[in-house]
Every structure is written in structure tokens, then in C-alpha cells.
Design a protein around this ligand. Structure first.
Ligand SMILES: C[S@@+](CC[C@H](N)C(=O)[O-])C[C@H]1O[C@@H](n2cnc3c(N)ncnc32)[C@H](O)[C@@H]1O
Length: 258
């Protein structure tokens, strides 16, 4: 099993992340798309469900699920991110529907726990060994259960950089001269991730692109000023090719056969 030590801990950037991602059109759009996709899961429509959120961060999605009566376990290597999630849970009266563990997901695998629903959103691209992480997520998903996996798409990163004229950066294979802290360290090839999931035994139930259009607008101010219309367009076309494959993140719903 991969050690978590090279996975990215968000302790030093928790505050920045809150401000630069969750509070912007990027974060709001992502939240709405994930909520639409998750609301369609039959298990979540049939009463209270046990859910594991791996790399839960500030618990945006986890707390939305807890609000609907589900029991959610949030795990993260960052004490700061988890403290923010716990504070929000307390403020929203959700402590009875949430539990927290400050631990890498690899520890949960060692404990042999399994959940009918596992979320892993925007974590894979921060991990040292993404392929091993898929095997770990398989181990954490109960037979007959579902993994909701969202990861950062290298194809979309390349495409948006070309649209914005960053040709040298693209020709340098997307490597920065300086480290950029809020930019994922290991953008992933969607075909490769899909192949790993299928080789592991998962059945792909759906694929959605997240931010299929948002990042490519000519006038970026429209990301905020035209948010509602942009959201409507994203929700309408983000499962349709070629747009789905252009999403900055890919969201896969994966079924583990019983
Ligand atoms: C980009 S944040 C995503 C947070 C949240 N899932 C979301 O979608 O907003 C990635 C999170 O993964 C956590 N993380 C990285 N490696 C981890 C590991 N091995 N086990 C658990 N959490 C991990 C980081 O500390 C960070 O909080």
C-alpha cells in the first residue's frame, strides 16, 4: 500500500483554498454539478445512507448530504481543512450526522472499513500514486456500492492554456518554473483513470464534465456576471460529447458489483 507521505496535505493553504476556490464561480459551479449528479443516485433517494468522504476538505458536499439525513464520515490528512468542516457542521447543527478522522485514507484501508457510498472529489490529482489510490478506493467501497470520483483533467488544462495563448507552457508539458500552490500537482489523463477503474472491477455508470465552458469564456468577467445562465448551459451539456471531455474536472460515478 502506498504511504500517504507524498500526498498533498492542505494545512498551509486551507484559508486560501476557501477564498480562491469555494467562494468563486469555479467552486459554486462544481458544487451544483456534483449535487445534481449525486441526487440521482438511487441509494441516496432511499433513506439514510452511510457515506465516506475521502479527502473531504472543508466538507462542502459532505455537509450538504448530512443535511439530507445521511451519516457522513469525513477523513482528511489536513487538520486545518477538517477543523473548518467541523466548525461548519457545528454551526449548521449537523454534528450528529457527521464523524471526522484526521488520517490518510490509506489508514482506513488498513482498518478494513467499507461504505456503500464513497466520495473522492479533487483528491486524486494531489496523490503520489493515483493508480494505487483507485485500488484503495475499491477496497473502501462495499460490494454493490458506489464511488463518486472527481479528478483534475489534464486535457482540459492543456486546452485552456492553448486558448489563452500559453504555448510555451504547453510545449514544456505543462510544467511551471515555480511551484503554484493551488494548482494540482498531478493532473490526470481521463482515459488512463477510466482504464485503472475498469481494470480494478468498477463499472462506469456516468461521466460528467465539470467546468466544460466556464474556463473557456472570452470574457472571463461573465463567469460571475452571467453565472446563472452559464450554470444552465453547463448542466444541460456537461454529459454530452465533446463537451464532457473538456471539463476541467471529470466526475465519474462508478459501481462496484455485488
Ligand atoms: C483539493 S482538496 C479537495 C477537498 C474536497 N474533497 C473538495 O472537493 O472540495 C484535497 C484534499 O485532499 C486531502 N488529502 C490529500 N491526500 C490525502 C490522503 N492520502 N488521505 C486523505 N486526504 C488527503 C488534502 O489535505 C485536501 O484537503
Amino acid at each position: 500500500m502506498t504511504k500517504a507521505k507524498n500526498d498533498r496535505n492542505f494545512d498551509s493553504i486551507a484559508g486560501k483554498f476557501q477564498q480562491n476556490i469555494y467562494a468563486t464561480s469555479k467552486g459554486k459551479l462544481r458544487e451544483k454539478v456534483l449535487q445534481r449528479d449525486l441526487a440521482e443516485l438511487p441509494q441516496l433517494q432511499q433513506g439514510s445512507c452511510q457515506i465516506l468522504d475521502v479527502g473531504a476538505g472543508q466538507g462542502q458536499l459532505a455537509l450538504w448530504l448530512a443535511e439530507q439525513g445521511h451519516q457522513v464520515h469525513l477523513t482528511d490528512v489536513s487538520a486545518e481543512m477538517l477543523a473548518m468542516a467541523r466548525d461548519s457542521a457545528a454551526e449548521r447543527g449537523l454534528l450528529s450526522h457527521t464523524t471526522f478522522s484526521h488520517a490518510p485514507m490509506q489508514h482506513l484501508v488498513q482498518q478494513g472499513v467499507q461504505y456503500p457510498i464513497v466520495l473522492c472529489h479533487a483528491v486524486l490529482e494531489w496523490m503520489a500514486d493515483a493508480k494505487q489510490a483507485i485500488a484503495d478506493l475499491w477496497a473502501l467501497t462495499a460490494p454493490g456500492g458506489t464511488l463518486s470520483l472527481m479528478f483534475y483533467n489534464i486535457d482540459a488544462k492543456r486546452f485552456s492554456n492553448i486558448v489563452y495563448g500559453n504555448f510555451n507552457y504547453v510545449l514544456r508539458d505543462l510544467t511551471y518554473k515555480k511551484k503554484v500552490h493551488l494548482s494540482p500537482q498531478n493532473p490526470l489523463d481521463p482515459q488512463q483513470v477510466r482504464d485503472w477503474c475498469i481494470a480494478q472491477g468498477f463499472v462506469v455508470q456516468s461521466k460528467t464534465g465539470v467546468r466544460c465552458f466556464h474556463d473557456y469564456l472570452r470574457d472571463r468577467s461573465e463567469q460571475e456576471t452571467e453565472f446563472e445562465q452559464l450554470l444552465a448551459v453547463e448542466l444541460r451539456f456537461n454529459r454530452q460529447e465533446p463537451y464532457a471531455s473538456l471539463g476541467r474536472y471529470q466526475h465519474l460515478i462508478l459501481h462496484k458489483p455485488a
